[in-house]
Design a binder for this molecule. Structure first.
Ligand SMILES: Cc1cc2nc3c(=O)[nH]c(=O)nc-3n(C[C@H](O)[C@H](O)[C@H](O)COP(=O)(O)O)c2cc1C
Length: 193
């Protein structure tokens, strides 16, 4: 029975984008803590527990919006796009909470960097599944200043650490639809003998 429920949960999980969120409706911090606790139960090699989350809500969302739009403006040079700047300034305000997803690197355990990144990705999938279970919407964005060295310190990340993006969370006003996946046969080879 739990397997059937989980099949349904995993397959109905969808990315829900900021314009689909219910404006102004806030998620209780207690639910956000449950979502993040589930994130920290993700598998990780060598017990590095490499995730480091910074949660923005309330006035914090304004701070994040100002930080990322101004840093984008500062670094964009000739590739500056007004639309990107405006989105970086306005999108955070459409969410209830935004989790900045950090990878804190452990170097003394002989675990390859990619495995710390993979562990954080597993943590983010736990967030995705958790918001789905709570009837909330969310999505992982790697846009804006995600991979900029200059962004790291704002999120408490050091030189060897990585900012892996942002997980937006909000109540759903407009559900996502139209998701498809390729047939399983195209993605799986079975070797039986
Ligand atoms: C590592 C990663 C980075 C992503 N970055 C973005 C992004 O920058 N902008 C965006 O709109 N969606 C982003 N997404 C969400 C994808 O667009 C989304 O997962 C995809 O459209 C499939 O839809 P689904 O999540 O509903 O299955 C990202 C997803 C992953 C796994």
């Amino acid at each position: 029975m739990i397997a059937e429920l989980f099949n349904q949960l995993a397959r109905s999980r969808r990315s829900v984008f900021p314009d689909q969120f219910e404006a102004g409706k806030k998620v209780d911090d207690a639910i956000i803590k449950e979502i993040l606790t589930n994130a920290t139960w993700a598998p990780n090699h060598g017990k590095t527990e490499p995730w480091q989350f910074t949660v923005f809500s309330g006035e914090g969302l304004n701070k994040l919006a100002a930080f990322q739009s101004e840093l984008y403006k500062e670094l964009a040079g000739d590739s500056f796009k007004e639309l990107t700047y405006t989105k970086l300034q306005q999108n955070p305000l459409k969410a209830s909470h935004i989790v900045a997803i950090g990878m804190k690197r452990t170097t003394n355990k002989n675990i390859p960097e990619v495995e710390d990144i993979e562990a954080v990705a597993c943590a983010v999938q736990n967030m995705y599944l958790s918001v789905t279970a709570y009837g909330l919407g969310g999505y992982w964005t790697t846009g804006g200043v995600t991979y900029k060295e200059e962004a790291k310190s704002f999120f408490g990340l050091g030189e060897l650490d990585k900012l892996l993006g942002f997980f937006y969370i909000g109540y759903i006003a407009i559900p996502s639809k139209g998701a498809t996946r390729l047939p399983l046969e195209e993605k799986v080879n079975w070797i039986k003998e």
